[in-house]
Design a binder for this molecule. Structure first.
Ligand SMILES: *Cc1c(COP(=O)(O)O)cnc(C)c1O
Length: 388
């Protein structure tokens, strides 16, 4: 049976050359970068090189890159670290209602500490409105954190415009760029952000590593304690195999970005158009054009998302019902609900996220199988039969 992996938003396979390098830094170059001997110096060289590779991908200086255990830690650090560093200036934070839980839950935690958080609504396409950001800013606002590309529906947010508003008022601007880095061009100066989150395993690197970009001069407190690593900002012996793997993955994806962006956009549109042509009562979720090239998200009426995923899985197609973190729970996606999609429709939603290995034949296979699966599930659905 054909196997089609369409869940690159959840994670990506590690490139072979990256895995080889990770192995080398677990065996030959196993030193601790803090050690003074040759083993340590060799390790330190790998660490420095990775920092340059990641910095290059996002147009930053190497000294502005701070390695973390992944996107979640970087989001937590950006939000909690900024709040703690600037609490004497104000206690108000602005975010959106469609953030990843790594950001949302950090904001909720801060509410318990006495901070006020505004969760901005989004329009039907999942887009934050600039007007809403403007209206939410008060003289107490210390941080705006809004994601660059949404992980569920792929909508690209107007970060540059929001960052300009933040800058005007001296507010720190953070963006979670986990789903945009490596998919569309991301440049910290062009966006005008102070803090930016990247995760390695969404760009064909190993899991458990990522970074927070911190613009020179940005006020941020530590959230971990215990050592001088990462220039006294993020203690703990570095995950060197992960970091060098992340570095190489960043360099390689940067080289392919333009070509892949065009190729995936074509595949994405072929998939979307093909589904709309073949299946009735389908709604495409997310902005049609301001959308990451790898993301397809749709609601298929009168069927249940989990049943759809299982049927697709039996045909070798791996997709998701939204974000990997919320699947397994029965609550519909907070992102789709925030976009105004009713509960019963949000339940029948399907996310397919494309990647490097996907081909035109993969899309043809999905376009052949998906309508059959939908037809079979609808035949069993009391709602669908009542409708007819
Ligand atoms: C995957 C993801 C994260 C979490 O990154 P991890 O490295 O898995 O902790 C954060 N934000 C977004 C938008 C993501 O897609």
């Amino acid at each position: 049976m054909r196997k089609v992996y369409l869940d690159h938003g959840a994670t990506t396979p590690v490139r072979t050359e990256v895995a080889d390098l990770v192995y080398k830094y677990m065996t030959d170059n196993f030193g601790n970068p803090s050690s003074v001997h040759s083993f340590g110096r060799e390790a330190k060289k790998g660490l420095d090189h990775a920092r340059e590779q990641v910095a290059n991908l996002i147009g930053a200086e190497p000294k502005e890159i701070f390695f973390t255990s992944g996107g979640t830690e970087a989001d937590n650090w950006a939000i909690i670290g900024t709040a703690h560093a600037k609490k004497d200036k104000g206690k108000h934070i602005i975010t959106s209602s469609i953030e990843h839980h790594a950001a949302l839950d950090a904001c909720k935690y801060l509410e318990k500490e006495g901070f006020q958080v505004t969760y901005l609504p989004v329009d039907a396409d999942g887009m934050v409105r600039i007007e809403d950001v403007k209206n939410a800013i008060t003289d107490q606002t210390i941080l705006i954190t809004i994601m660059h590309v949404n992980n569920e529906v792929g909508t690209i947010q107007p970060i540059k415009e929001i960052a300009a508003l933040a800058k005007e008022k001296g507010i720190t601007m953070h963006t979670d760029a986990v789903q945009s880095v490596g998919k569309i061009p991301v440049n910290v100066d062009d966006l005008g952000v102070d803090l930016l989150t990247v995760s390695s395993h969404k760009i064909y690197g190993p899991k458990g590593v990522g970074c927070l970009y911190i613009r020179k001069g940005t006020k941020i407190s530590n959230i971990h304690f215990g050592g001088a690593q990462e220039r006294n900002k993020r203690p703990g012996t570095e995950n060197l195999p992960g970091i060098v793997g992340f570095g190489l993955a960043a360099e390689l994806i940067g080289k392919e970005l333009k070509e892949e962006q065009e190729r995936l956009t074509k595949l994405r549109d072929k998939l979307i158009d093909g589904i709309v042509e073949r299946i009735e009562h389908v709604k495409i979720n997310g902005h049609r054009t301001q959308r990451a090239p790898h993301n397809v998200n749709l609601s298929i009426r009168f069927i249940e998302g989990e049943a759809l995923l299982l049927s697709l899985d039996m045909r070798g197609i791996a997709a998701s019902s939204g974000s990997a973190c919320t699947s397994g729970s029965l609550d519909p996606s907070h992102v789709l609900l925030a976009m105004g999609i009713p509960h019963e429709i949000a339940h029948g939603s399907l996310r397919m996220t494309l990647g490097k290995a996907n081909t035109e034949e993969d899309i043809d296979y999905v376009l052949e199988e998906l309508p059959k699966v939908v037809e079979r599930l609808r035949a069993m659905s009391p709602l669908y039969n009542k409708k007819q």
